[in-house]
Design a protein around this ligand. Structure first.
Ligand code: GUN
Ligand code: ZN
Length: 433
């Protein structure tokens, strides 16, 4: 992380949202050089111009022929659900009971938590994801395990202990006062340490009592810079359940707002079944959506309306939602996002897709001043994509004539096999064998 390093390749990043800036949003250096000093971006430009200016002996990673983008940002994932990815047959509420709660129970054992956290962080890196916003479980040691594994790899990680004190098995029930005290201790221990940030994590409105919802809102308000993550309006049955549990609320979103959980740095996964009033409230308060297409399709939840969210000015990032989601790969997540848009009669332009996976995700997390682009001073997390990673990708990209076509082929046909390398703060953190 110290000193100077340079990365050479076909470099692409976003200067802003393609929805606002059009073609000007994308910066492209076909033979580019990214200069990193002490882990931060110090320069970017054409390699032939910049190479002669580098001090002799500077390490240059040569990725010519490959695309170099800012590391992917996964705005919603459950590390404790790694072992139940691809569990058959249920929609979300039954899926939680049948698969999720039993697997999360195992995180009472810190050794199990540590082993899964190590695998999880490696799997993120293998997929080019350098920042994630993750749920742990109700067990405080599960948060310690995840933050320790991320810290060892110098990754950015936002995570928190799940809060749930009703409508869940006894073995995961977390009394409101105890969960509150444990969350405070975890904030003290981890928030702002190296690249780690804490998120207050009420699982979703049905599994918290009003007392716990109020405490979660207070934790969020009382700790500046701390995040809040939850689930919102994923499934129609779940929405109907929330209406029965909170009859006083105008909508599911309104439950979170009533308990002080809506604002900058609060992130709600799914948001499939929300209305225009909800969108306006999210936009006005600065809360963000995590769009989780592989999960929404796998669990049969529904089709998120990206265009309506965008039109309302809501911040949106992409989430894999493993283990409800079916892939750690943000490329596969984009693939399915594209198809969700198609089923809605909408389009997902390739530039907007990669923006959402990088700078847009960073913006949804209020981290675009730190990550998500190669603007000078940003933390130099990056992914190297191989447009010829598989025989089919190689054939398809051989006849591609534009950058957009190559990126689109990666978005539809790519997965972990297309990730040639991942760098954290400039340094290689993973290289494909
Ligand atoms: N709603 C509440 N908890 C969960 C979860 O773990 N996964 C998904 N997809 N939805 C949820
Ligand atoms: Zn989730």
């Amino acid at each position: 992380m110290s000193g100077l390093r340079a990365i050479r390749g076909d470099i692409v990043h976003f200067l802003g949202d393609p929805a606002d800036l059009g073609a000007d949003a994308l910066a492209h250096f076909p033979d580019g050089l990214l200069i990193v000093r002490d882990g931060l971006v110090a320069g970017l430009g054409p390699a032939p111009d910049l190479l002669p200016k580098l001090p002799a002996g500077t390490t240059v990673d040569d990725y010519r022929g490959k695309l170099v983008l800012p590391g992917f940002i996964d705005t919603h994932i459950h590390y404790a659900q790694t072992d139940i990815v691809a569990s058959y047959g249920e929609q979300v509420l039954a899926w939680l009971e049948k698969y999720t709660y039993p697997t999360e129970r195992r995180f009472a054992d810190p050794a199990h938590a540590a082993a899964v956290a190590e695998f999880f962080c490696d799997e993120l890196l293998r997929n080019g994801t350098t920042t994630a916003m993750a749920f742990a479980t109700v067990h405080p040691a599960s948060v310690d395990a995840l933050f320790a594994a991320a810290r060892k790899r110098h990754m950015r990680m936002i995570a928190g202990k799940v809060l749930m004190d009703r409508n869940c098995p006894d073995f995961l029930r977390d009394p409101a006062d105890g969960g509150d005290a444990e969350s405070k201790a975890l904030i003290e221990r981890w928030h702002g340490r190296d690249r780690l940030l804490y998120a207050v994590t009420p699982r979703f409105a049905p599994t918290s009592t009003p007392a716990q919802m109020a405490l979660a809102g207070r934790l969020f308000a009382d700790h500046p810079g701390v995040y809040l993550q939850s689930h919102l309006a994923e499934n129609e049955r779940e929405v109907a359940w929330v209406a029965r549990l909170y009859p006083e609320a105008r909508s599911y979103l309104d439950v979170y707002e009533r308990y002080g959980q809506l604002g900058a740095r609060s992130v709600f996964a799914h948001c499939v079944w929300i209305d225009d009033t909800d969108r306006a409230r999210m936009s006005a308060t600065g809360a963000a959506v995590s769009f989780c297409p592989t999960s929404n399709l796998f669990l049969g939840s529904g089709l998120f309306d990206l265009d309506r969210a965008q039109a309302a000015g809501v911040r949106v990032g992409l989430g894999t939602d493993v283990g409800g989601g079916t892939s750690f790969s943000m490329l596969q997540t984009l693939n399915e996002a594209y198809k969700v848009q198609q089923l809605r009669g909408q389009r997902l332009p390739v530039e907007r897709g990669f923006y959402l996976a990088t700078r847009g995700g960073a913006r949804s997390l209020y981290l675009d001043d730190r990550i998500g682009s190669f603007d000078t001073g940003r933390e130099a997390d990056l992914v190297v994509l191989d447009p010829a990673a598989t025989p089919l990708l190689a054939r398809r990209t051989a006849v591609a004539t534009t950058l957009a076509e190559r990126l689109f082929a990666l978005m539809l046909l790519g997965d972990d096999r297309a990730v040639a390398a991942t760098h954290i703060l400039g340094e290689p953190a993973w290289r494909r064998p």
